[in-house]
Design a protein around this ligand. Structure first.
Ligand code: AVJ
Length: 320
């Protein structure tokens, strides 16, 4: 008889995607403690231009953005979805503190380790900062948003995190977000723009191999949490970018016919030779698409902020 070992519903959900005809693993599973650590390495490499562009925008426009968040208001709650290590948000927080704006910072992340680390780092750096960390995915958070934060709020959704969703999923999510927001709440969203495809390819197929490790961590995670026996060498990391749709996508392709056994739940998944697992979309946008997304989900664009090279945009939205 096999001993029963606790398997979380989260872990089981990972397996669900592998049972469908077109195998996939949902992107939220990238971010366990290990994946969050690898993502920090990705953000630190020059090829992954997104982080630097957004930081440049914040440095350039922080006072203007800060004033838009709260100039006459008594207090504001800054809710950041998928905060990660908060390295760019620091720039805005510093500005708000120096302007004596009365605000609370509420970073939300799916990785408990990441958000606890962020909380400690921020509190250490800014002892007067009023901070409340939360663990959860975007959808759990939506339910709590209007209930727990009835004050004026600015929802921040940075780093092109929305890009994990396809167009329809984005609209659905933005509509739900809109419904959870009050009449003078704001959405501050960071989106990666279409650009030279070579630049985009280098960001997702980096010479350091961090992105490959990030992708393969999904398999290692299933080994850890489901007792699976994935051999990462038997899967090929395939990043690709299509300028036509603006979708950068990542796959893990089985480079041989193989079976993988999940010992904790006694299940086997078979892979054909060259069968792909779809793991991620990182959508690149143009302004037309951004307009149409805002329009169709009940928002209007108040102001756009660009970096020097126009690689990235931070867009401030209010309710229609
Ligand atoms: C955190 C979802 C914005 O899509 O660019 C980085 C994740 N994946 N390199 C992105 C990621 C591969 C990132 N997001």
């Amino acid at each position: 008889m096999q001993k029963t070992i606790e398997v979380t519903t989260e872990a089981l959900e990972m397996l669900e995607g592998l049972k469908s005809r077109n195998k996939k693993i949902f992107s939220k599973f990238f971010y366990d403690a290990e994946g969050s650590r690898i993502f920090q390495q990705i953000m630190g490499m020059p090829e992954y231009y997104l982080t630097g562009c957004e930081a440049e925008i914040f440095e350039t426009y922080k006072r203007r953005i800060g004033a838009m968040f709260c100039s006459q208001c008594l207090s504001v709650d800054l809710v950041e979805l998928g905060a990660g290590d908060g390295r760019k948000t620091r720039i805005l927080i510093e500005d708000l503190l120096s302007e004596n704006v009365n605000f609370r910072y509420i970073p939300v992340d799916i990785s408990e380790e990441a958000v606890l680390q962020l909380g400690d780092a921020m509190q250490g750096r800014f002892p007067n900062l009023n901070i409340e960390t939360r663990v959860g995915d975007y959808f759990n958070m939506l339910e709590d948003l209007s209930r727990d934060y009835p004050n004026r709020k600015v929802v921040m959704f940075l780093g092109s995190n929305l890009g994990n969703f396809n167009y329809d999923q984005s609209i659905t999510f933005l509509e739900q977000l809109n419904a959870a927001m009050g009449a003078d709440d704001l959405l501050f969203i960071g989106l990666d723009l279409k650009k030279d495809p070579e630049v985009i390819r280098n960001a997702y197929n980096d010479p350091h191999g961090y992105t490959r490790e990030f992708n393969l961590n999904l398999l290692r995670r299933m080994n850890r949490e489901l007792g699976a026996d994935f051999n990462p060498d038997y899967f090929t990391h395939e990043p690709c970018y299509d300028s036509g749709t603006g979708a950068a996508k990542s796959y893990l392709v089985s480079n041989r016919e193989q079976e993988v056994y999940f010992s904790r739940i006694d299940e086997t998944i078979s892979f054909r030779k060259w069968e792909p697992i779809y793991t991620e979309r990182s959508q690149k946008y143009d302004l037309e698409m951004i307009h149409s997304m805002a329009e169709s989900s009940g928002f209007k664009i108040t102001e756009n902020y660009f970096d020097n090279r126009q690689f990235f945009v931070n867009s401030l939205w209010s309710k229609q």
